[in-house]
Ligand binder design. Structure first.
Ligand SMILES: *Cc1c(COP(=O)(O)O)cnc(C)c1O
Length: 234
């Protein structure tokens, strides 16, 4: 039986090896542990190994875990919670109140609601814009041609900090094909960094269990890993 600690260490080794293979510093890549569908015990076990950043897809489920862990007196780890699932208008309040990051902002209305609902006693919410990099018509995410305009609008919102871009490309086979797709996101990110005058625009959230090496090769700064840490989901 491998433990969650073994799994976490294996993922950290994959990240380190991927960075070494392309001459990057592993400190440039943040590991986001995606704990969706797994319970607070598993989260606490991974947190006890020093993991700080956790991602949740389903807002209600995330809020329940966050609330529980905030009240757990023995929890010393200062968790950083990332919302990586779709955000409907009627859920923005929960994202604004409970999370530190929202990765999936793809329209102004959602950004405005997050801004208006971010509590005064919390620091501004970190936001990534989700970009539909491979162009599936039914997929969520803003079109690459429209992301700069949205970025400029988001930078006007004082309770949000625009941190970068996020992508969830459809799975493709083979390292080279994966790199090519992620490289499109990286090119857009680099172009926007020059145009969006934002000191904190430093995050490119891409890469999951099956393609994190390719994402790092292409320039990801944050990989979102669920299965390789927590195991398969039902
Ligand atoms: C579930 C999920 C992940 C993690 O996927 P794995 O393949 O289990 O690593 C990453 N990002 C998003 C947006 C997800 O929904």
């Amino acid at each position: 039986m491998t433990t969650l600690q073994d799994n976490l260490q294996a993922v950290q080794s994959r990240i380190a090896a991927a960075c070494a293979a392309c001459g990057r510093n592993p400190a440039e890549v943040t590991l986001l542990a995606v704990s969706k569908t797994f319970g607070v015990d598993a989260v606490q076990e991974v947190a006890a190994c020093g993991q700080q950043d956790f991602g949740e897809n389903y807002i209600q489920e995330g809020v329940e875990k966050i609330t529980f862990l905030q009240s757990a007196a023995h929890t010393k780890n200062p968790f950083i919670w990332h919302c990586i699932g779709p955000i409907q208008s009627n859920k923005t309040k929960y994202v604004a109140e409970f999370f530190s990051w929202a990765h999936t902002v793809d329209r102004l209305k959602i950004a405005q609601r997050l801004n208006d609902q971010r509590p005064e006693n919390l620091p501004p919410l970190n936001v990534c814009l989700q970009v539909n990099i491979d162009g599936g018509a039914t997929k969520s995410g803003v079109a690459p041609e429209e992301v700069l305009e949205l970025a400029e609008q988001v930078t006007q919102l004082p309770r949000l900090v625009l941190r970068g871009l996020m992508t969830i490309p459809d799975p493709v086979e083979g390292f080279e094909a994966q790199v090519a797709l992620h490289a499109k996101a990286r090119a857009l990110f680099d172009q926007m960094r020059g145009e969006v005058n934002q000191p904190h625009f430093d995050t490119l959230s891409m890469g999951m269990t099956s393609d994190l090496e390719a994402a790092i090769h292409a320039g990801s700064t944050m990989v979102r890993v669920g299965t390789a840490i927590f195991g398969g989901r039902k």
